[in-house]
Design a protein around this ligand. Structure first.
Ligand SMILES: Nc1ncnc2c1ncn2[C@@H]1O[C@H](COP(=O)(O)OP(=O)(O)OP(=O)(O)O)[C@@H](O)[C@H]1O
Ligand SMILES: [Mg+2]
Length: 321
């Protein structure tokens, strides 16, 4: 079994300074990603998933808190070791249409990280390496000289994946990597991630707003709400025995599971608070179907547990519905 943590987040925070004020996009997130696992990260639009992913690969600098990669805080890396880390942790974006430079050929796009890291001197060697990366990503090297607009969505995403593999990463953030693709292609790309994980012993953070994709690919699932993790457990626990009222609502929206469990779909009402000046009490309070008075007084009493974590004072008190 995998058990060693590859990545550990500790009280990670990211504040964006906006015209409306300080926006707390990621607000005290702590969890680990184990070597070789896929950790699913779910939550509705704007809850902070992409920001978390970008912090993990150093595309963003944290406001406070730590990200440890094999025990080393990635924010304290020197220029040189920072560059080395970049190769080990890469990101695959949701939209293969906007994430690839339209003026570069497929070969150039894939080879760019190799060029930046000065791994090959001769262009022919670079292109040969790009072609072999295309092989891994399941796209024919005959597209080496094509441009992104000449490819369909699935192939374009495979180019993004080949590029992410260029520097032999250990960790990939997959940020909604199939959301923009046709349903018929989604399964192929998900299979590719699975094959690559086996072959290269990759560790994934798989981001999605849709639990039905995440439940098939993740060993564990973290549920995020307004910049915080509200529940974390094995995929089985979170899907079949959600403990946080927000996870319950998300899961009640997956048709087959809802039917299996004879759960009714929970429609959330109430206002979503702003991430600028988020409430000091439970952030889900305004929409929570189970809220009680105590939820208004209790503030962040919960510690992150290694295996199962639920940020809900009612559950902590053993209150059952
Ligand atoms: N560069 C930025 N400057 C200001 N605010 C930002 C910036 N990036 C993200 N935000 C804000 O931070 C919050 C979290 O955004 P983020 O993109 O991480 O959410 P998300 O969970 O990935 O959403 P989605 O499902 O729509 O991709 C949002 O309120 C967003 O508007
Ligand atoms: Mg996002």
């Amino acid at each position: 079994m995998h058990s060693r943590a590859l990545i550990e987040l500790h009280q990670l925070k990211k504040v964006f300074h906006t015209n409306q004020g300080a926006l707390h996009a990621v607000d005290g997130v702590s969890f680990s990603i184990l070597e070789g696992e896929t950790l699913g990260l779910v939550g509705e639009s704007g809850c902070g998933k992409t920001t978390t992913g970008r912090l993990l690969v150093r595309l963003l600098k944290a406001t406070s808190g730590e990200v440890r990669f094999r025990g080393t805080d990635i924010q304290s890396l020197t220029r040189r070791s920072g560059k080395e880390f970049t190769g080990k942790a890469q990101i695959v974006f949701q939209d293969p249409f906007s994430s690839l430079d339209p003026r570069m050929s497929v070969g150039e796009i894939i080879a760019e990280p190799l060029t930046v890291h000065r791994l090959y001197r001769k262009r022919s060697d670079l292109m040969q390496q790009a072609a072999s990366l295309m092989d891994y990503a399941g796209i024919s090297p005959r597209h080496l000289n094509s441009y992104p607009h000449e490819l369909d969505g699935g192939r374009r995403q495979r180019v993004g994946i080949a590029r992410a593999l260029a520097l032999k990463p250990e960790f990939l953030v997959l940020d909604e990597p199939v959301s923009a693709l046709d349903v018929s292609i989604q399964a192929q790309i998900l299979n590719l991630f699975d094959d690559l994980q086996q072959e290269f012993n990759l560790t994934y953070l798989f981001i999605a707003h849709d639990l039905s994709v995440v439940k098939h690919v993740s060993q564990r699932i973290a549920v995020m709400y307004m910049g915080q993790i509200v529940e974390l457990g094995t995929a089985d626990e979170v899907i079949h025995d959600p403990q946080h009222p927000y996870s319950e609502a998300l899961i009640s929206a997956i048709p087959r599971i809802a039917k299996d469990r004879q759960r009714r779909r929970i429609i959330l009402e109430g206002d979503v608070p702003s991430p600028v000046n988020p409430p000091k009490i439970c952030r889900f309070y305004s929409r929570c179907p189970r809220r009680k008075d105590i939820c208004r007084t209790a503030v962040d009493l919960l510690e992150t547990l290694p295996d199962r974590y639920v940020r809900c004072i009612l559950r902590q008190q053993g209150d059952t519905p």
